[in-house]
Design a protein around this ligand. Structure first.
Ligand code: CTP
Ligand code: MG
Length: 237
């Protein structure tokens, strides 16, 4: 394992929301993050959860070039620097945070705009767990189901599910560490980098696993919208 950075007591927390995808699996006409869920565009629920966490100094939303749906306000910045992949959108967003004065020793919580069921309590739990940690970590869930390996539509193996977790977001790392970890993969087009932790792992660190919630789904397929809507409505009644 590489040498982790030293702990700094005055580090601040920022959020970076990749919101530049097209939602090709969702089957919606417009990008899924703007699809109405329980009355408002999906990303509005995500933003509301982060706005309720007092330790988040500011939220940066990374949208696609030319996307003017979201307006900046006192607590939200919008950067139209989305890239061809999620990793590239995050990498570009980190540069935008730096340009705004965020320091390498500040913490960044990267969270999918499409994970609109995240709660302030889960964000706080991740911050509590990671602030004293030298590396940082992510919300994740121990694999609940039996895992199969497939070939040609048939099961070829059952994978031992012990010690296997499903990675969620937010994922919380220091800006400098995450930037350098992603920069090291940029030349390959971020091949194999499907979340922040995978880049940090490739740099030789071991991110902390913090137990999340099964409700923290990433809205991905058409049927996920009704599920997200039902959960959100159940919270307001
Ligand atoms: N994302 C992004 N930039 C990209 C691709 C994805 O900012 N080039 C964002 C999405 O907007 C989403 C999050 O990353 O909030 C997680 O990605 P995913 O759920 O895969 O969304 P899409 O890539 O939009 O969906 P799909 O893969 O079905 O096309
Ligand atoms: Mg995608």
């Amino acid at each position: 394992m590489s040498q982790p950075p030293t702990l700094l007591a005055d580090a601040r927390c920022f959020a970076l929301l990749p919101c530049a995808g097209s939602g090709s699996r969702a089957g919606t006409a417009a990008p899924k993050q703007y699809q109405p869920v329980a009355g408002v565009p999906m990303v509005r629920h995500t933003l509301a959860a982060f706005a309720a966490v007092s330790r988040i100094a500011r939220v940066l939303v990374v949208v696609a070039p030319g996307d003017g749906v979201l307006a900046a306000d006192a607590s939200i910045s919008v950067a139209a620097c989305g890239g061809a992949t999620r990793a590239e959108s995050v990498f570009n967003g980190l540069a935008a945070l730096r340009a705004q004065g965020v320091r390498d020793d500040d913490w960044v919580l990267v969270h999918d705009a499409a994970r609109c069921l995240i709660t302030p309590a889960q964000i706080d739990a991740l911050i509590d767990a990671c602030l004293p940690d030298a590396v940082g970590g992510l919300l994740a869930l121990p694999l609940p189901d039996t895992l199969k390996s497939e070939s040609g539509g048939r099961v070829v193996a059952t994978i031992d599910r012990d010690h296997k977790w499903l990675a969620q977001t937010p994922q919380m790392f220091r800006l400098g560490l995450l930037h350098d970890a992603l920069a090291a993969r940029a030349a390959t087009g971020f091949a194999g980098i499907t979340d922040e932790a995978s880049a940090v792992e490739a740099a030789g660190f071991q991110p902390l696993l913090v137990r999340g919630s099964a409700q923290n789904i990433k809205v991905t397929y058409p049927e996920d919208f009704a599920l997200a809507e039902a959960v959100l409505r159940s919270r307001t009644t």
